[in-house]
Write a new protein. Structure first.
Length: 208
């Protein structure tokens, strides 16, 4: 048994802290790979997708998302009717840090012009002119969706991305918001603001 002192008071059996486990395991559900794809959609009950009360948290990772058209925003929206329509009312906020390859411009900014207030628009993972379509340009990150099957509460989400901006900037952005519905969210769609998703993959995990 290890004895330590915190604030001059003895605490016994401190080695028990070492046995604390994580908050949960990531259970792989589905991977979608883009190939000049207009959209990539995860719909509960379709093609092995689970997006229901099996898990209280769902985690999407997106890797090397490359737009077919230059200077486009990678974005997402949800559905409450298993993908028959996308456009659940959402309120969001976004801030980001940026730095260009020439080391001549950098900063941290809250982007009020990319906030949504009770909007049914697709929610962008980027701001400004957005991701370039050069051969090596892409965007990557994650989206964390909380308890989408709840019929009592709104559906919160947080996201983080890093993009290779079309003007040769690294832009690291953070998004938070909620889908303002007490209906169960049972599908999520990803797309570019214009043109197809030329390449990249998105994986869905449940948090056990």
């Amino acid at each position: 048994m290890a004895i330590v002192k915190l604030n001059n008071k003895a605490v016994s059996n401190a080695t028990a802290f070492g046995s604390i486990t994580g908050l949960g395991s990531m259970i792989f559900i589905k991977k979608l790979t883009a190939s000049s794809s207009a959209t990539l959609s995860f719909v509960d009950g379709a093609d092995g997708v689970v997006l229901d009360d099996t898990y209280k948290e769902y985690y999407f990772t997106f890797n090397n998302i490359h737009p077919q058209t230059d200077a486009q925003h990678f974005s997402f929206q949800s559905s409450i009717n298993t993908g028959s329509s996308y456009g659940v009312t959402a309120t969001t906020t976004l801030f980001r840090a940026y730095h260009n390859e020439g080391d001549s411009s950098a900063g941290l900014a809250y982007r009020a012009d990319y906030d949504l207030a009770q909007s049914t628009n697709f929610i962008p993972f980027s701001d400004g002119i957005a991701t370039g379509n050069g051969n090596d340009e892409c965007v990557a990150g994650y989206l964390h969706l909380y308890n989408p099957s709840s019929t009592a509460f709104v559906k919160h989400f947080t996201a983080c991305f890093n993009e290779y901006h079309q003007a040769d900037f690294s832009i690291n952005g953070f998004i938070g918001g909620y889908f303002n519905t007490t209906s169960a969210v049972d599908a999520v769609r990803f797309q570019m603001s214009s043109g197809n998703i030329d390449a990249g993959d998105i994986c869905l995990y449940g948090i056990d």
